[in-house]
Design a protein around this ligand. Sequence first.
Ligand code: WT7
Length: 640
Amino acid sequence: MSNYHIKHLEEYYQVYRKSVREPENFWEEVAEEHFMWHKKWDNVLSWDFTKPEIKWFEGAQLNVTENCLDRHLPTRGNKTAILFEPNDPKEAAEHITYKQLHERVNKFANVLKNQGVEKGDRVCIYLPMIPELAVAVLACARIGAIHSVVFAGFSSTALSTRINDCDCKMVITSDGSYRGAKTIDLKGIVDEALESCPNVKTVLVAKRILSNISIKEGRDQWLQPLLDEASTTCEAEVMNAEDPLFILYTSGSTGKPKGMVHTTAGYMVYSAYTFKNIFQYRENDIYWCTADIGWITGHSYIVYGPLANGATTVMFEGVPSYPDFGRFWEIVEKHKINQFYTAPTAIRALAKQGLELVEKYDLSSLKVLGSVGEPINEEAWHWYNDNIGKKQSPIVDTWWQTETGGIMISPIPFVTPTKPTYATLPFIGIQPALMDENGNELKGNQVSGRLCVKFPWPSIARTIWGDHQRYKDTYFSAFENKYFTGDGALRDEVGYYRITGRVDDVIIVSGHNLGTAPIEDAINEHPAVAESAIVGFPHDIKGNALYGFVILKDVGETRDQNNLRKEINQIITEHIGPIAKLDKIQFTVGLPKTRSGKIMRRILRKIAHNDISNLGDTSTLLNPEVVQSIIDGANSESTN
Ligand code: WT7
């Protein structure tokens, strides 16, 4: 069957139509022909968006790691599975073959078992981008433990919130991490977090930076000696199709982070199928996604999708600017990268540097370029296309979300003609809908509205850990019988989609999804702060940056405002992480509020965008007079 690998536009349309007309037959064929099952399903799909309840391949039994590792051993045992490129270019890259990865995963899985981890237990992984991170993820999957990877840039408070939310009994971390010329004391952050996580019984510590760390007797253990003693065989736990595979947190517009739950069979099938087609991966290609495994992009398109296809996937420990801004291109040349997948914020930062940093390197191995995380602006698209792809490598602008598990709208390279800033066509099996504010679907082309999906796809998150009601309220209540993405989009005259950005209070900064509420909560912790509101404003590298309007408790506060600004950003760093720091902080006497007390962010957004000509109707505000004083304050505001 050619359905697994689409090579022409007519084929795309044909397969797409089939996936919409007979979704069950379609996905059944994909699942049947390309994966390894202990038992096949009784039912391909059952769903009800009103509950909401979605089940794919019910009755099937499998283990994802057998699909990612064991089944490749006879044909690809000596092929590189993971190619590890360290932070320091002088340190040798590591080529881990499928056979070696299989052994390392089995050993790690046995360590987890020996430490008392059982099927269904939650394990928190807080590691830098070193091979142990991928191995730990797969080791959890091997024994049916549910991994919850927390991005190692998050602070101790953010870490403890995530550990407690899903009640992890173990944390896997390292003695520290390298980040360019800096080192970060990850173990110290874990120690601090665990002061408020009484249920964590075990901490496994990988050695990376050889720093002196404190070891808490009875809780902390070095990983390596345990691995050395563990057996290289570990039979894979037989999982049910709908058993949770992992939890991954994403921010919402309100409240604590949402633990999105992804399940086993559907996630595997969809991440693998999208990987194969959207990167047009061929057997000897070297594929590199620059994301961190702490985000969904890394889960689906560094670990599961590539390995399920027997691909060679690069893991890069460092940052694009170290030792200089040529590092990405140096790596492309060094490892002869064929598919390169990164974020618009990185592209914009690199485009600011001189072209000599690009021209020094041979980029002729590149075949496909990817973009993910936020809308890619026209300028960045052309820079990427002209200077990196030399107009030969199609750009796949892939739109998707933590919740969707896999890419939803994207060109298929060499199949779908690309168009700058457009994510183009829905991927196979995806049925988007644009809705107006009254809940009507906008049919036809040249319309714009709120982006929804009408029909389930295999890797949709099944719930929010511990809060199914919130799952329903957030995604299935805005529009009847539809999954609501939180994004706005338009459909052009040929049916191509362009994502226009969030329509809720989530702000995407450097491709990171940041909810306003947790940041405001952090700011309000400052003893001098009475209230605050955050909005986004355009930033030429980060896409959006954060603008905070802050009311101080004491109107006559005499402390130096720049010190206060620093302290506020310090608190944000402690509560969430440096990625959530504010670029601008304006102290104000009030915030525009509706009569019911809700902050009118629309007005603050306009002020932050310096677009005050049309503020709309402010007469319904509780305190319309405050608007002018904020505008005056903004004019005298300096960038932080
Ligand atoms: C939000 C999801 C999916 C992996 C990384 C982000 C925005 C993502 C695109 C794109 C325009 C995009 C959306 C989406 N987004 N990709 N190609 N074009 N916007 O995952 O943290 O869950 O964020 O990122 O606003 O809703 P996430």
